[in-house]
Ligand binder design. Structure first.
Ligand SMILES: Nc1ncnc2c1ncn2[C@@H]1O[C@H](COP(=O)(O)OP(=O)(O)OP(=O)(O)O)[C@@H](O)[C@H]1O
Ligand SMILES: [Mg+2]
Length: 377
């Protein structure tokens, strides 16, 4: 599966663009603020119906314009898939597949999977547990439609239970309803817990293998899923927590407290890891996500690599290039951005795969070099 052609109208810094891509490595080089990341974000939109960076669709409309259109022609299972996404200020979003509008955006998610690695991922390491739950939810809902429904329903019941806990301070007549909420949270939360557990246990071995491929075997990384639901039946924990929850007016147990513990040599990577080690950690996590999505969907996701060579030493860069090459880890189409043309040139020299290099300048995208790969499609 790959993106053959991307067309933009009024998307972020672009007035208009039409670009043809190779099915292997596509590189965007240019100075800061020229529109490289915006191109990756347009591809992210076509896959997940949303920006990787800005959740408010209208803010991705070019300033002073009323709408944007992002259109992509993908090649998938020997057929073309024409994906059209438009956002009009104050009117919401329309997504079409081959001219036919989707009734629900969620129906599109999963058709053309992508994995993005970007500097913004550092929030996974540096920020609070909510970021890591968002990561889990984002990845799992790309392949499991019922999961997202369960999370939405869980959050709704959780809000109702929390409201009841507050109301009980003034009026204890509704106290019996807590049992209903407990039952509902138990069913939804336990299902979510099991899905997360299964996903993470599949992710860990791939993640560790990729990390050592890039970094060598001296460093040891791990990833642990931390959930209160591992301590016993959720319903019983909810019942036992009721007196405390009533006092603090908040539900103190549940999958809304889940976290991922990210470790380097047994210590939290946030404190222990250098910038390059943290970056390697995130790349390995995303490559593991890639493998998982490929296994589930049967298609190689489009890999979007934003500024990833920054902070990596030459050894790590070379290992990663080996993975991207034909005969490496089996990636399909890849998009790479970089500000440093010298670095990119030396990377492309070592790369054993077909590529196209584009220069991005003031919102114009120009092909400046191209090389056929050693292998055919
Ligand atoms: N809605 C919008 N309308 C107009 N311009 C926008 C909009 N959103 C973002 N931009 C512009 O896009 C530019 C950023 O583009 P982008 O993030 O793609 O740059 P980049 O080439 O990746 O730069 P860097 O090398 O610094 O990462 C900014 O200059 C910003 O002003
Ligand atoms: Mg950028």
């Amino acid at each position: 599966m790959f993106l053959k052609r991307l067309s933009l109208i009024n998307f972020k810094s672009y007035t208009q663009a039409d670009i043809n891509f190779t099915h292997r490595i596509n590189c965007f080089v240019g100075n800061n603020g020229q529109g490289k990341t915006n191109l990756l974000d347009a591809i992210h939109y076509l896959s997940l119906c949303k920006s990787a960076f800005n959740a408010i669709d209208s803010q991705n409309v070019r300033h002073g314009e009323e709408f944007f259109v992002v259109q992509g022609i993908f090649y998938r299972s020997n057929a073309e898939e024409n994906i059209y996404l438009a956002v009009k200020r104050n009117e919401g979003k329309v997504v079409k597949r081959n001219g036919k509008e989707y009734p629900r955006l969620a129906d599109h998610v999963g058709l053309v999977p992508t994995v993005m690695v970007s500097p913004a991922d550092s929030s996974l390491i540096l920020d609070g547990s909510e970021e890591r739950r968002k990561f889990l939810n984002g990845v799992i809902s790309q392949f499991d439609k019922s999961y997202l429904d369960q999370v939405i329903k869980y959050n709704r019941v959780l809000a109702q239970r929390n409201k009841l806990l507050k109301d009980l301070r003034f009026n204890s007549s509704g106290v019996d309803i807590i049992d209903v909420f407990n039952q509902q949270l138990d069913a939804l939360g336990t299902a979510i817990y099991k899905t997360r557990l299964e996903f993470i246990s599949k992710l860990i071995p791939v993640f560790q293998k990729v990390y050592s491929q890039i970094a060598g075997s001296d460093e040891n990384v791990s990833l642990e899923y931390k959930s209160q639901l591992a301590d016993g039946r959720f319903l019983e924990q909810l019942q036992a927590a009721f007196p405390k929850d009533r006092a603090i007016e908040f539900t103190s147990v549940g999958i809304h407290k889940d976290d991922l513990v990210l470790l380097l040599n047994g210590n939290p990577i946030k404190k222990e890891g250098s910038q390059g080690q943290q970056k390697t950690y995130l790349i390995a996590l995303k490559v593991a996500q890639f493998d998982f999505l490929e296994e589930i969907s049967g298609y190689k996701p489009v890999l979007l690599l934003d500024d990833i060579f920054d902070k990596l030493d030459m050894d790590r860069v070379e290992q990663f290039i080996r993975m991207l090459s034909d005969g490496g880890n089996g990636f399909g189409q890849v998009f790479i951005t970089d500000t440093n043309k010298h670095r990119l040139d030396s990377i492309l020299e070592k790369l054993d795969a077909g590529y196209t290099l584009f220069e991005v300048k003031h919102g114009n995208v120009t092909e400046i070099a191209q090389q056929d790969g050693s292998k055919e499609e």
